[in-house]
Design a protein around this ligand. Structure first.
Ligand SMILES: [Zn+2]
Length: 396
């Protein structure tokens, strides 16, 4: 296999505390750096002046390079959009979880080909903004057939596939929510588990209470699925405690937390995956990232890309929100969007530039990663290296 030398890196964020670099915690920087890639992984990382020879070379001309973003929370398999709902909300109507049912109807009415094309389009959109790892959930089918086909689409795009049959109670079960839980933990799980790595539940008023959420997560875990939870988005509730009890890797949203919730996240080593695009798009108060960081909780950032409450695919935008609105430092926000996302997905081979890790990089048309927050809304990603393969746009 040919080796590739990527050189001319003005500033390389490694997220590797064991590398020589210093820089603002927790990201760690090397200046005037280079990497060598072989078999899709980093084979060497260090100063450009010390770089070994390789079969081919790519000179990035002094640009800043960061690990490819790891977007650990996205709902990309759906039909239609909800621009009208957004317009109404921005005119003063409050967001309710029931809006999901609008997308359920549109998703059921979509062909497999249309669902695949839409999800592929969104993954490509993410890639253009530097995301090289993405998690994709089901949750807009809510029948055995529609959930399974959503996961089959997701599995063509990522290994990080999440079964979210428990997004809301299917409309057919409005008068029998317990019957829907039986479906989600029975025949639907049977059809979906072979496609998925994760099980998730929307534990919230208007969706599933703590009792139902525990049953759903335990059924998924018994089938070998790893656990994540939509928790405490719209108000205080059982979500975080359920996540801690059920061995969840991540509790996502974490917008309304009690002190006991924060302690539970820390003590059970549950990653808090914050989704500021949802608060931005619903004009709601943001999660308190500083409180979580002060308590020693691992914080990830993700887009929550979905047609209802957060229709952004941009990790740089979420970094800018985290810095401006949640008072994370630029370094903390970048770490949470890369290494933090990897922790949220129980991955140690992405979100970091270290020998042996997957060679995933986002190359910035900027001298420093700080520009991701400093220049919000600007398309700074020149291209990505994904699995060791540079996009053609990077060769110039
Ligand atoms: Zn979500």
């Amino acid at each position: 296999m040919a080796t590739l030398l990527v050189t001319g890196i003005g500033e390389l964020v490694t997220n590797d505390p064991f590398a020589d670099g210093a820089g603002p915690a927790p990201v760690h920087l090397l200046r005037d750096a280079a990497v060598v890639v072989e078999h899709g992984r980093f084979a060497w990382v260090g100063a450009a002046a010390d770089a070994p020879a390789a079969d081919t070379a790519l000179d990035l001309g002094g640009r800043a390079v960061v690990p490819g973003f790891v977007d650990a929370h996205a709902h990309l398999v759906f039909g239609g959009d909800r621009a009208a709902e957004f317009e109404a909300r921005m005119s003063g109507t409050a967001y309710a979880a029931g809006g999901i049912r609008t997308t359920v109807a549109a998703t059921r009415a979509s062909s497999d080909e249309a669902l695949q094309a839409n999800a592929s389009r969104l993954v490509a959109e993410m890639r253009r903004q530097g995301t090289t790892t993405v998690e994709i959930k089901s949750g807009y089918g809510l029948t055995v057939h529609d959930e399974a086909r959503a996961l089959a689409v997701a599995a063509t795009l990522t290994p990080e596939v999440t079964y979210l049959g428990a997004h809301v109670v299917a409309p057919e079960f409005a008068d029998d929510p317990a019957g829907y839980v039986d479906l989600v933990t029975g025949p639907m799980l049977d059809a979906c588990a072979p496609h998925a790595r994760w099980v998730d539940v929307f534990c919230e008023r208007g969706a599933f209470d703590g009792h139902a959420a525990r049953a759903i997560l335990r059924a998924g875990a018994a089938r070998g699925l790893k656990v994540r939870v939509h928790a405490n988005q719209l108000g205080e509730g059982d979500g975080v405690q359920v996540a801690a009890e059920c061995g969840a890797v991540s509790a996502d949203h974490c917008t309304h937390l009690t002190d006991a919730d924060v302690a539970a996240l820390r003590d059970a080593s549950v990653v808090a995956t914050l989704l500021p695009g949802a608060e931005f798009s619903t004009r709601s108060p943001y999660p308190d990232a500083r409180r979580l960081l002060a308590a020693g909780v691992t914080v990830a950032l993700a887009t929550d890309c979905n047609p209802g409450s957060s229709y952004t695919s941009s990790m740089p935008f979420c970094i800018a929100l985290a810095v401006r609105e949640m008072r994370m430092t630029p370094a903390e926000a970048l770490w949470s969007a890369t290494a933090g996302g990897a922790a949220s997905l129980a991955r140690d081979d992405v979100g970091v530039v270290r020998v042996g890790a997957r060679a995933d990089l986002a190359v910035l048309d900027a001298p420093s990663f700080v520009h991701l927050a400093y220049r919000p809304g600007v398309p700074l990603v020149a291209g990505v290296v994904a699995g060791g393969v540079p996009e053609p746009a990077l060769a110039r």
